[in-house]
Design a protein around this ligand. Sequence first.
Ligand SMILES: [Fe+2]
Length: 311
Amino acid sequence: MIKVQDIAFAEFSVPDLDKQEAFLTDFGMVKVERTEDRLYMRGRGKYPYLNVTHKGEPGFKAVAMVAGSAADLDTIAGHSDATSGVEDIDGPGGGKRVRLKSPDGFEFQVIHGIEEADEMSIREPLAINYARSKNRQGTFQRPDLVPCEILRLGHCVFKVADADAMAVWLNDTLGMMKTDRLHIPDDANQTLGTFMHVDRGDDFSDHHSIFIINAPDDVKIHHTSYETQDPDAVFIGNHAMEKGGWNQEWGVGRHVLGSQVFDYWRDPWGHMFEHYADGDLVNQQHQPLDYPATPENLSQWGPTVTETFFD
Ligand SMILES: [Fe+2]
């Protein structure tokens, strides 16, 4: 079994790349490369791109998980769900990948050897004047009102036919571990969703890199989520997106499972993109916990969840 170590990028297709470039730019990504039929957008971290948009019918195409070694690609290429051998990636930074099909037909790519990009600067974390701890004396809080600075892809969420089966597949195939589980409030045996993290042993990783929601009648991507510097960056991003006239779905609030300060926006074709900051980290000492899927376990604070959030 391999153990993927990170999540790197997601691929979508949309009919109008100009429009998607405008959306992703206001969302906080930076253009890397644009051809007739493909758009690469990056964050400010080490990956050369976080989002690949192909010209075509609107839809999700793939998510890429980072292998621990080149040898892992050879191993995973032998998996019965592999739909390719080890192949070259045609994109900035090159690298190799193996494509897999999940039980619901989602493409997971396992990647290795993409050349890292030079990291871009980001605003320093704000010094906060807490009630009893004044960290900012004689200086003023004036962060620039620019599009949210995104660092990286943090997680990808899918609605699947059988969340329990998908959790097993993510563990068996990619070595991902269960973080927390949500169940139907009046039936603890029925899974509503499972959060999965990449296994780095004693080293910490995000509370979830993949979250799967049980939705047998509506299998599809739910959202992708991108990390920003701090909660102020999420609110500044909200301001920039509102000024850009884009459609907000839900936010700003703070989740319970994962603890992220969140804000969700729809691209022009309805794909949901999330800004987040201050997410939880876990390692192999973490004991998976079980929660009823109530509104109280969805967000600690923030607006009431929208009726269309789970669409
Ligand atoms: Fe999320």
